[in-house]
Every structure is written in C-alpha cells, then in structure tokens.
Design a protein around this ligand. Structure first.
Ligand code: GRF
Length: 223
C-alpha cells in the first residue's frame, strides 16, 4: 500500500447500533484520524447507526438486502454507491452480511472489519459467549483486512482483555467493545499514514517493529 498524504475517504457499512461508527466519527472530528466519512450504508432501515451518521452531517444510505435476488447483486449496488463517492477504504462496523467476491475484488485489501475475539480463535457469531464457555483466560478484539474466507484475513491490530470466571456475556462484550473503540480508529490512522503493508497474508506495520506495544494493547490491567 502506498503512503497517503491527504485524508482518506471512508465508506462505513453497518447493520445496527453503530458504536464503532461513533468511535470513528469522534476520532475524525477530534483530528486524530485524517479521514472523511463519505457515506454510511446500512442493509437495515432501522439501524441506529444511520441516525448517528445524520447527526454528524454524514450521508446515510439504506440498501435493503432483501430487495436483491443474490448476494452478488446486493454487493454490486453497494460497490456502486461507494465508488460514486470516491471511497478508498471500506469499514465494516457491525455489518452482519457476508461479502461476496464482488465487494472483495472491488476493494482488494481495502476493506477492514472488526471482530470481538482474538482471531484466529473464535471466528463467527456469539464469540464472547463461546470464549466464556471454553474457559478462555483472555479474549479481545481484532481488526483485519477482509478476504474471501470468514474472519480469516490478514490481522492489523489486536487488543487483549482478561476473561474473569464470573463474567457474564454482557460484561465481557462491554470490556471488549471499549477496546474496539480504541483500535479501530488506530487501524484507520495507520492505513491513512501509509504504514500498512500486506505481505504473504500478513500485515506489516512499517516503522513500528520496534514498538510492539503500539500493535498489541492490553487492557484493562489484570486485577
Ligand atoms: C461489535 O462487537 C463488532 O466487533 C462486531 O459487531 C459489533 C458491532 O457493534 N463485528 P456496533 O454496531 O459497532 O456497536
């Protein structure tokens, strides 16, 4: 990936609450990430994230997947909307649809997703409960570049949180979500700064090899 001097144009895809979208909006508005959110797209008309976008003067578009006969047809429409707004980097933020090759080939290594577990452990759905049920001592979240497989693209940043024996699913989810809101804007910032390079299925963060603490966040401290 080449170095980027100017703000990167983002398109954010959501299906629901949009707390990660909000964290990204806030980071952009605070000037921490040189980006412009050109459009927020939801496959559900009732997604609260659409309201978040509108409140910040960001275009909010509903593309209901049920209107399309195939996953590919839906993805073509999404790609058209993104390209028409000169989106360079696509951000999946709680977007509950699998992407077809139509989207992935339109934005190769330019689609990020966030997952509430430490990939490659616990891909898929309901992963906070799965981590508790397996007695995992640690979990966390992962920002990665989307590839054709489920939750198996090159990893960009992870944050680690402890899992306590008495944790409920909601408690662990909230602990993880707090970290999601930290690392997603950071991953976008690294992209915008031209520091992410995908090589052999891995992301190298240029110039940061001597600062591993910047790539692995560990919070909160063990109690
Ligand atoms: C987050 O847990 C994220 O990891 C997962 O979906 C959830 C989205 O939450 N992909 P929000 O809509 O950003 O609040």
């Amino acid at each position: 990936m080449t170095a980027v001097d100017s703000a990167v144009n983002l398109g954010v895809l959501i299906s629901g609450f949009g707390s990660n979208l909000q964290a990204i909006i806030d980071a952009v508005e605070r000037g921490e990430v040189a980006a412009q959110i050109k459009v927020v797209i939801s496959n559900r008309a009732d997604a609260f994230g659409l309201e978040r976008a509108r409140r910040h003067g960001i275009e909010a578009v509903v593309i209901e997947h049920r209107r399309f006969p195939t996953r590919e047809a839906f993805d073509h429409e999404v790609v058209d909307v993104l390209k028409a707004r000169q989106v360079e980097l696509v951000i999946l933020a709680g977007f509950m649809r699998l992407l077809s090759s139509v989207m992935i080939q339109a934005f190769p290594n330019r689609i990020m997703n966030i997952h509430p577990a430490l990939l490659p452990a616990f891909p898929g759905l309901n992963v906070q409960k799965a981590a508790i049920d397996r007695g995992a001592r640690f979990s966390g979240c992962t920002v990665f570049f989307v590839s054709e497989g489920l939750d198996d693209g090159p990893i960009i940043i992870q944050a680690v949180v402890p899992v306590y024996p008495e944790d409920t699913e909601q408690e662990l989810s909230e602990r993880i979500l707090t970290q999601e809101h930290q690392i997603y804007p950071r991953a976008i910032q690294l992209y915008q700064q031209g520091k992410l390079e995908v090589r052999d299925g891995k992301v190298l963060i240029k110039g940061e090899a001597d600062k591993p603490s910047d790539q692995v966040m560990f919070n909160p401290p063990l109690r």
